[in-house]
Design a protein around this ligand. Structure first.
Ligand SMILES: *Cc1c(COP(=O)(O)O)cnc(C)c1O
Length: 410
């Protein structure tokens, strides 16, 4: 038997941290600073026509994604709302969403007076499981919002086939997926509309901001009008045609995004490669299973590096305590959502503002076992900026997990 080396105490218990590096986000230098400083000096802080830098960034982002159009807006929640409105949903219509995502994927459905219908996850990807979608379709279903969770592409072939069969719109929630690819196409460009967020944690950021992309002329015209108080290009300044609002971003945000977009490809490549390397390291640890989409050709945006934790191999240590230990070792991580979205008070104790949801809908009856397990026991996230570290950092992440495993099994 190998002599047990002297055990190093966990960082949580006062021992040395396994990971020494610090991970910054956002990443910027004088180029961002100068861009914003110069804009401030011009005094052109707004552009009510969305011309100038806003239009320039939209053109660049559309070209980047390979779509005809990109329409910016204040955030990645409003972009979902505008996409839903453009799809022509009516009060009481149903929209299929996953239960393991940021609240906006479902709450924007409520905002347009529609009914979110939760469909469980594929246990290997934590994305919407196409095998469960058809059973959830009724004659009120109008759209599906697949979320490319963590930046891992959904099974778009299967989802598009179902959407075609039932004549449903597909809105890709690509808030985690800037620069990610599925079969050579950028995520967000595959469905009818794609929605992005530029909120401060996202892989492309200006602090706040959002974007809708599409190839469809009519959808473009509607979304563009809705984000600009219902104006249309052929109308005058005080002509309003659609029930839109002011959802415009400012040139200051666009200027930042133009600089940040220049960095995105290198950052995506680095996250993607570190992700594959971490897959090989963590996949070799008993009780840790990285998420996987098999061998479909893809670029993973790694907004999160996500893996499944099995506490039976970690002395029955609850996930929350494991995450606390891992964070103390210097790995930027989280146990993620505490509950699937349908467990939120918003759905469990529906208030008067959800008047468009029929009484027949009872969210206390909803159970998505894979999502529940992901929240309570299994799903762990390492944040995207940590994937911008070196290979040595990735080695240290794996070492931190092994250190905890040894400590709790002693
Ligand atoms: C961040 C996010 C959004 C929208 O975010 P905003 O903060 O409103 O920009 C939508 N969906 C998902 C999955 C997200 O993570």
């Amino acid at each position: 038997m190998r002599e047990s080396t002297q055990t190093v105490p966990l960082a949580l218990h006062g021992g040395p941290k396994t990971v020494q590096s610090e991970f910054a986000w956002p990443i910027f230098d004088e180029r961002e600073v100068n861009t914003v400083a110069e804009l401030v000096r011009t005094g052109q802080w707004g552009n009510p026509d969305c011309a100038g830098l806003v239009a320039e960034f939209e053109a660049q982002f559309a070209a980047y994604c390979g779509t005809k159009y990109a329409i910016s807006c204040v955030n990645g929640s409003v972009s979902l709302r505008l996409a839903l409105m453009a799809c022509g949903v009516r009060p009481g219509d149903e929209v299929i969403v996953p239960p393991y995502t940021f609240i906006a994927t479902a709450s924007t459905v409520l905002e347009v007076n529609c009914v979110p219908v939760f469909v469980d996850l594929d246990p290997d990807t934590y994305n919407l499981d196409p095998a469960h979608i058809e059973a959830a379709i009724t004659d009120r279903t109008r759209a599906i919002i697949p979320v490319h969770f963590a930046g891992l592409p959904c099974d778009m072939d299967a989802i598009l086939a179902i959407a075609q069969r039932y004549n449903l719109r597909v809105i890709e929630d690509a808030a985690h997926a800037h620069g990610a690819e599925y079969r050579g196409r950028k995520l967000g460009s595959i469905g009818d509309l794609g929605s992005f967020s530029f909120q401060s944690s996202k892989n492309l950021t200006s602090g706040e901001g959002g974007m809708v992309i599409t190839n469809d002329d009519a959808l473009y015209r509607t979304v563009e009008s809705l984000r600009n108080v219902g104006r249309l290009p052929e109308g005058q300044w005080y002509d309003h045609f659609n029930p839109g609002c002011n959802y415009r971003i400012s040139p200051l945000q666009a200027g930042l995004l133009i600089e940040q977009l220049k960095r995105l490809d290198d950052q995506t490549r680095q996250r993607h490669e570190n992700g594959l390397y971490l897959d090989s390291l963590l996949g070799a640890i008993d009780g840790i299973r990285p998420m996987s989409r098999g061998d479909a050709p893809l670029v993973h945006a790694r907004h999160l590096y996500m893996f499944r934790y099995d506490n039976r191999v970690f002395g029955n240590l609850p996930k929350a305590e494991f995450v606390q230990m891992l964070a103390a070792e210097g790995v930027p991580c989280s146990g993620g959502y505490p509950h699937p979205l349908y467990k939120q008070p918003l759905f469990q104790n529906r208030n008067w503002m959800c008047y468009a949801i029929p009484d027949s809908v009872d969210y206390t009856d909803v159970h998505c076992p894979v999502a529940e397990r992901a929240c309570s026991d299994e799903g762990i996230w390492i944040f995207q900026h940590a994937l911008l570290g070196s290979r040595t950092d990735m080695d240290a992440f794996a070492e931190a997990i092994r250190k905890i495993q040894q400590a709790v099994n002693r």
